[in-house]
Design a protein around this ligand. Structure first.
Ligand SMILES: CC(=O)N[C@H]1[C@@H](OP(=O)(O)OP(=O)(O)OC[C@H]2O[C@@H](n3ccc(=O)[nH]c3=O)[C@H](O)[C@@H]2O)O[C@H](CO)[C@@H](O)[C@@H]1O[C@H](C)C(=O)N[C@@H](C)C(=O)N[C@H](CCC(=O)O)C(=O)O
Ligand SMILES: Nc1ncnc2c1ncn2[C@@H]1O[C@H](COP(=O)(O)OP(=O)(O)OP(=O)(O)O)[C@@H](O)[C@H]1O
Ligand SMILES: N[C@H](CCC[C@H](N)C(=O)O)C(=O)O
Ligand SMILES: [Mg+2]
Length: 484
């Protein structure tokens, strides 16, 4: 117990500090013999209410913020100011402080985290360095895949997988840092070498309540970076400079539109790739769209900050392919261009549609199939419907993951955003497969179908139940069936 508490800010300790601990848990349902249980207050319940339950199941030590009314003699109690921060330090001690042995890069921002993190991982691996990736889609330890349940997992899981990465010989670690993760101290105690900010726009206001609070959550990540680390920000974003205002780390910037430490420009943008001028050098990439120019520039800047050579980075970077469900496209037998993209925020949807607008000839139809997730920020709904109907020749509104909500009610909230002149350009088809089928039926050779919102996801959650669903798979299957 004493070893686990090293560097924890203790207010009061009752009982034996030398008690033998077998494992640490923050969920009473997972407690077994000799567990140290950390009670945290949450968004649904308060972990302090489960202290007795944890002791019943075998907990021998408790870390908490409030001293329980009933103290049990055989149990050690440690009162701290903030138990989720204490949990971060304990988790790191438990697993031998793995992030001190890795060069850890954390990426935050509303959009582009998965893309930037995955491309950074792919770049480092292709440069010959064993790396771990922690992302929304998957966790990869030097090529070995593990499932991922959150964008930023809890701090015990993080330390566990980082310690496995150290064992597997990894030198670098790349992870997505979500605003929920920062706010809930899921990254407490991690030793970051580089912190990256991509952008901030409308999302998660159901959780953070105001945009100012959302910005504050993201900024906290940079405020807490140590002096020895580096921070990198996109200064084309209105809040890019704000993020680094109070950081002790060494600051770096990137931009397409303004002067910055790392600069790039798009020279040509087509459906099969982009020609860019990156830090003064011409460079071809199969990735598409301005948002990917930002992502690639961020990856390049990270690699430069880590000390890699420009030529070496560009050679490997130009070989990197798109990330699953991020502007993933196919051309069907009959020449329809179908694009699957994870755009699930107004900003992302606008970016993807603008990218398509910039490349298309306008002799073809653009059909967008899109929905909005249930139990998530409701203010996104009318905005996304407005953007889709404005920018497309036809917008089909359908279900994303309704979760516990009524799918029809979500669609009704989306439709509020459609401007009167666009009414005739919209359709509402609740069943996502039917919606995709209709889009395919209405498309002819050369037309473009964008299926947005679910990207790589392989399920659809309706009334709390997850069913198998894969946008790309559905498109391929239906286009064959319909001879399209
Ligand atoms: C709203 C939210 O973020 N919730 C996360 C949070 O749970 P919570 O604080 O609400 O937990 P709670 O249910 O109130 O319980 C409080 C405490 O009591 C404990 N407890 C609870 C019940 C019990 O019987 N015994 C017990 O000990 C819990 O373990 C917890 O420590 O902490 C949990 C453990 O880390 C997370 O699994 C959980 O994620 C939920 C499932 C979730 O859906 N989160 C999403 C919104 C999320 O985090 N998304 C971001 C990405 C967003 C993005 O950028 O797009 C992510 O990083 O994935
Ligand atoms: N740099 C960017 N700026 C704006 N939009 C982007 C950017 N990169 C990607 N997008 C758009 O946002 C979508 C999500 O991208 P990505 O999965 O990389 O973001 P994320 O930040 O990981 O999202 P999440 O928070 O859901 O994990 C993409 O499918 C694309 O439409
Ligand atoms: N990480 C995001 C993903 C949203 C993806 C979208 N398909 C949805 O289900 O709303 C969230 O949990 O808000
Ligand atoms: Mg992500």
């Amino acid at each position: 117990m004493k070893d686990l508490l090293y560097k924890v800010n203790i207010r009061e300790l009752m009982g034996n500090p030398l008690v033998e601990i077998s494992t640490v848990e923050f969920d009473s349902r997972k407690v077994a013999e000799s567990t140290l249980f950390v009670a945290q207050s949450g968004t649904q319940v308060d972990g302090h209410d489960f202290i007795d339950k944890a002791i019943e199941l075998g907990a021998v030590a408790i870390v908490c913020e409030k001293k329980p009314a009933q103290i049990q003699d055989h149990v050690t109690y440690v009162v701290v100011e903030n138990s989720s921060i204490a949990l971060g330090i304990i988790a790191s001690n438990l697993y031998g402080n793995p992030t001190e042995k890795l060069k850890l890069i954390g990426i935050t921002g509303t959009n582009g985290k998965t893309t930037t993190a995955t491309l950074t991982y792919n770049l480092l691996e292709s440069l010959g360095f064993a790396t771990i990736l922690v992302s929304t889609i998957r966790i990869l330890i030097h090529g070995k895949e593990y499932p991922s349940s959150h964008t930023t997992p809890d701090i015990l899981t993080l330390n566990k997988i980082f310690s496995e990465a150290v064992e597997a010989g990894c030198e670098y670690a790349v992870m997505e840092v979500s605003s929920h993760g920062i706010h809930q101290n899921r990254i407490a105690g991690l030793h970051f070498q580089v912190g990256v900010f991509s952008n901030i726009s409308h999302d998660h206001l159901d959780y953070h309540k105001t945009f100012a609070e959302y910005i504050k959550a993201k900024k906290k990540f940079f405020d807490e970076l140590p002096k020895s680390s580096h921070s990198l920000t996109n200064i084309d974003d209105k809040n890019g400079i704000v993020m680094l205002q109070n950081t002790d780390s060494t600051r770096h910037s990137y931009a397409l539109k303004t002067d910055a430490d790392f600069k790039a420009r798009i020279l040509e943008n087509q459906f099969d790739g982009m020609l860019m001028l990156l830090d003064g050098k011409e460079f071809w990439t199969p990735l598409i769209g301005q948002f990917n120019a930002y992502n690639l520039l961020a990856v390049y800047s990270i690699a430069r900050i880590l000390g890699f050579d420009q030529e070496e980075i560009l050679t490997s970077l130009s070989k990197l392919k798109t990330v699953d469900g991020r502007f993933q496209s196919i051309i069907t037998e009959n020449g329809i261009v179908a694009i699957v993209d994870y755009a699930h925020t107004p900003d992302a949807l606008e970016n993807v549609l603008n990218t398509i607008q910039n490349i298309r000839t306008r002799n073809e139809k653009l059909i967008t199939v899109v929905g909005c997730g249930g139990d998530r920020d409701k203010t996104k709904r009318p905005e996304m419907a407005k953007i889709a109907s404005n920018e497309s020749d036809l917008a089909i509104f359908t279900s994303d993951n309704p979760r516990s909500e009524d799918p029809e009610a979500i669609l009704a909230e989306m439709e509020v955003g459609v401007e009167p002149q666009n009414f005739r350009k919209t359709l509402k088809i609740t069943d996502r497969k039917e919606a995709i089928k209709t889009a395919l039926k209405m498309a002819d050779r050369g037309d473009i179908i964008l299926v947005a919102g679910k990207g790589h996801e392989t399920y659809q959650e309706i009334k709390g139940v997850k069913h198998h669903f894969d946008d790309m798979e559905t498109i391929v299957e239906l286009s064959k069936q319909l001879n399209k």
